[in-house]
Design a protein around this ligand. Structure first.
Ligand code: NAD
Length: 370
């Protein structure tokens, strides 16, 4: 259990509400995933049901931008660890995508289906306002476009909104993943053809669904799973997809495994049952441990590093912050570079006999140091 030893209340916003914001950086520093984070904030409002963590990893390249995840973590420590791992990933994602942004991420500990109330979101909006621009946020798991709009009406620094913003980032993330899968196929098979290729998609949420639409349009054979049986049924009908149990998807007989749910799906345990030669999906932190990429490589699996292939949504929301204004053509041009960068990573990894995520991290660090 992580203890907040010296909660330093930043401010309790006007309005007489019960929100308090604490700097928990020193406590978070004891966690293995800390990795030199600049700042970690915790916002609590018991009355309105808010426990939120905002992790700011690195702002060398620009202000910290990252989504807000709403998820019922089993403990506070698990939530802080999730925020730290995701926020670090954002630093690398922005760096590899060539964006002038740093890495940050927020986690709200709540069940998005039953506990995401207007009161909770209002308390979170007050927290974002109180952080005075240290963190710019957008959608992630558990947060919808409507939620982003709701927050934007109450707080600055919310991107990916429908009112005056660039809208839902998920289709752009899915487009990047789609292009990335084709790049991986081309690298592996010499052809990017999807027709007849079996792709196992884990998670039929905003990104997973949009990815299925794109794959299905090019006649890929879809194998799908989700914890939500309704989504699976819908995918069966819409795409003629084959359903598979959630705990069997890693072992699905497919050429490509596309994790589009939560992180940690590839671990020492699950790796053994993996049948696909390519792992390429949208989920953040797909590997339980960084070292698992080496195990994948040794098994001959081509892994598209998650923060490289899933940068499309970030590229789209970041375009809102451009001094030149949002330019859809510039977004598509930058998105088109995702497969190019992946191609470079695959080639370098093969030539140097190193895991692809080591090469991706090297590219990110080169840019940050420069
Ligand atoms: P979402 O909340 O819309 O969808 C997630 C889906 O995964 C849900 O349908 C959920 O039921 C399902 N799910 C959760 N655990 C599962 C399990 N064990 N097995 C099967 N299904 C499971 O989220 P999203 O926006 O589609 O994001 C999906 C992933 O992609 C997340 O890891 C997210 O961080 C990452 N990502 C999203 C974006 C974006 O633009 N939305 C950008 C970059 C990365």
């Amino acid at each position: 259990m992580l203890h907040i030893r010296e909660p330093r209340t930043l401010k309790t916003p006007a309005g007489g509400h019960s929100l308090s914001i604490s700097d928990i950086t020193a406590d978070a520093a004891e966690l293995p995933s800390f990795d030199g984070h600049e700042r970690v904030w915790c916002g609590r409002d018991e009355r309105r049901g808010l426990t939120a963590i905002v992790a700011i990893h690195d702002t060398t390249l620009g202000p910290a931008l990252g989504g807000t995840r709403i998820w019922p973590h089993e403990s506070f420590e698990a939530a802080v660890t999730d925020a730290l791992r995701l926020s670090r990933g954002m630093t690398y994602k922005s760096a590899v995508a060539g964006l002038p942004l740093g890495g940050g991420k927020a986690v709200i500990v709540a069940d998005a289906k039953t506990q995401k109330t207007p009161a909770l979101l209002t308390a979170y909006a007050e927290m974002l306002t109180a952080l005075e621009g240290q963190f710019i946020t957008a959608e992630d798991v558990g947060m919808t476009l409507a939620d982003a709009d709701f927050l934007r009406e109450r707080a600055p620094n919310v991107v990916g909104t429908s009112k005056g913003g660039s809208g839902n980032p998920s289709p752009f993330t899915a487009e990047g993943v789609f292009l990335g899968i084709k790049k991986a196929l081309k690298h592996r098979n010499g052809s990017a053809r999807l027709s007849g290729i079996r792709v196992a998609v884990q998670g039929l949420g905003s990104v997973g669904w949009s990815l299925c639409e794109k794959l299905s349009r090019e006649d890929a054979d879809l194998i799908v799973t989700d914890l939500d049986a309704m989504r699976v049924e819908k995918a069966r009908r819409a795409f003629g997809a084959t359903a598979i149990a959630a705990d069997e998807v890693v072992a699905a007989e497919a050429e490509v495994f596309a994790p589009c749910a939560l992180g940690g799906v590839i671990s020492q345990e699950t790796l053994r049952s993996l049948k696909s030669g390519i792992v390429a999906g949208s989920a953040n932190n797909q590997l339980a441990r960084h070292e698992d990429a080496r195990l994948l490589m040794e098994r001959g699996v081509l892994y598209a590093p998650d923060y490289v292939i899933n940068a499309g949504g970030l590229i789209n929301v970041a375009a809102e912050l451009s001094p030149l204004g949002y330019d859809p053509e510039a977004v598509m041009a930058r998105l088109g570079k995702i497969p190019t960068v992946l191609g470079e990573i695959f080639a370098r990894a093969e030539a140097q006999k190193r895991p692809t995520n080591d090469i991706a991290a090297e590219i990110a660090m080169e840019r940050i140091r420069r």
